[in-house]
Design a protein around this ligand. Structure first.
Ligand code: ADP
Length: 341
């Protein structure tokens, strides 16, 4: 488990101080795929680089399995770094080495014997689907293949944690999905804890179990992905979510709907099997309201179905109140967007 406590980082230069991280506290459970999302300049890279001390924190603690890595130096720090793999947006492969030699590199540094290195490299090539590319050079590979080499190299010394710094940001959408699927497979196969920083909500939606939203050097909210998607607290989280689940109604439609008497606009969120329940038909029958469907979407949040439905409900005050109770009793998260009564 990774426990970040009151972590701070201020960059000092002749131009002055830049606060990049302010009082960050997070717990990342063993085996989680933990996403950290934020806009450019929010502090994501600094945060992930503090986790393996590529960046020196200014204050706070980072406990990995109980050991405070901010206190380590020398040999102990080098050994700990071998338990934390990292992949990068621009891959950082050694261009003069073949794919096999790139993957062998961390094993050589860690002092593995030659006869142990070859079979381990073959095993890793197999794992990332590049068994036929051992002798190719990075320049001969596609972006997705380069990232697969990056992943194999990061996993070579069997780390407990894999840090991903915008690992799919340089890839096209299809390749992004294949890399994310590979990361999910590795997480499931080895129980490896994965920390992903990204500015793309799509990445969080595809594979993360938990998410923290960072804004202007502070964590503004965090929790299991389903919870944050269903009930986002911060404006920035809502904005990120609407990038993958758009749900804004056109302004002129909202204005027109506002003129309707005895009606309100609500948005319902569905998760899991509820997404396939005939909620609307039952709502209309049981509460005698009329429902006008304005917008609906359904997609996957990891492997769970996640849907939103925006409705205009028409009925008396009592009927609308009954509809709220009906949805509430069924555990459906609902918000009133506009009240026309
Ligand atoms: P993100 O990864 O979310 O884009 P960063 O962690 O790279 O954010 O940067 C956070 C803030 O710290 C930004 O204001 C950035 O300009 C600043 N920063 C990052 N690295 C340095 C550095 N080496 N020296 C000074 N300021 C830096």
């Amino acid at each position: 488990m990774i426990k970040i406590e009151h972590l701070s980082k201020t960059y000092t230069s002749h131009k002055g101080n830049v606060v990049a991280l302010e009082d960050i506290s997070l717990e990342i459970a063993q085996g989680a795929i933990y996403g950290i999302i934020g806009l450019s300049g929010a502090g994501k890279s600094t945060l992930v680089r503090c986790l393996n001390r590529l960046e020196e924190p200014t204050g706070g603690q980072i406990l990995i399995d109980g050991q405070d890595i901010t206190k380590l130096s020398g040999k102990a720090l080098r050994e700990t770094r071998q338990t934390i793999g990292m992949i990068f947006q621009h891959f950082h492969l050694l261009q003069s080495r073949t794919v096999g030699e790139n993957i062998a590199f961390p094993l050589e540094i860690a002092g593995y014997k030659k006869n142990k290195i070859k079979p381990r490299v073959e095993e890793l090539l197999q794992l990332v689907g590049l068994a036929d590319k051992a002798d190719a050079y990075p320049s001969q590979l596609s972006g997705g293949q380069k990232q697969r080499v990056g992943i194999a190299r990061a996993l070579a010394t069997r780390p407990k944690v894999l840090l991903c710094d915008e690992a799919t940001s340089a890839l096209d959408p299809q390749t992004t999905v294949s890399i994310l699927n590979l990361l999910r497979d590795i997480n499931q196969q080895f129980g490896l804890t994965i920390v992903i920083i990204t500015h793309e909500m799509k990445v969080i939606k595809e594979i993360c179990s938990d998410v923290a939203v960072i804004d202007a050097s502070k964590i503004v909210e965090n929790g299991p992905v389903e919870q944050v998607f269903i009930q986002p607290q911060s404006a920035i989280a809502k904005e990120f979510i609407s990038s993958v689940f758009p749900n804004e109604l056109p302004g002129d439609l909202l204005r027109e709907l506002a003129t309707h008497a005895d009606s309100e606009i609500i948005r319902i969120h569905f998760l899991g099997s509820r997404a396939s329940d005939p909620i609307i038909a039952d709502l209309m029958k049981d509460c005698q309201v009329r429902a006008n469907i304005l917008y609906g979407s359904i997609d996957h949040l990891r492997s769970t179905l996640f849907g939103t439905l925006t409705l205009e409900l028409q009925g008396s005050k009592e009927q609308l109140a009954k509809a709220h109770t009906y949805l509430d009793e069924r555990g459906l998260k609902m918000e009133v967007i506009q009240n026309g009564i």
